[in-house]
Design a protein around this ligand. Structure first.
Ligand SMILES: [Zn+2]
Length: 85
């Protein structure tokens, strides 16, 4: 039975969300998950991207150096579960 509250309000869950991108904020640095199209655009145009956890920032660094945002990881695991259904 569905006991999971909706976590997203804007992004579609059907799009692949696999690219971790980094949080380049001052206080915390985590790799967040965002839509590939958004990441691509952000990389090319330098525009901010919104992670699936809701954080908005301009990704610029190598995400492999940072831990995955816990909120993003949690959301993504739910999406993966849904996709494998
Ligand atoms: Zn996040």
């Amino acid at each position: 039975m569905p006991d999971v509250a909706p976590l997203e309000t804007t992004t579609t869950t059907e799009e692949t969300v696999t690219n971790p991108v980094t949080d380049d904020g001052d206080h915390d640095r985590f790799a967040h998950y965002a839509r590939k199209a958004d990441i691509t655009r952000a990389t090319v145009e330098g525009t901010p991207v919104m992670a699936i956890c809701g954080k908005v920032w301009v990704p610029s660094r190598d995400p492999s150096k940072y831990p995955i945002c816990k909120t993003c990881a949690d959301i993504k695991s739910k999406l993966d579960t849904r996709n494998n259904n």
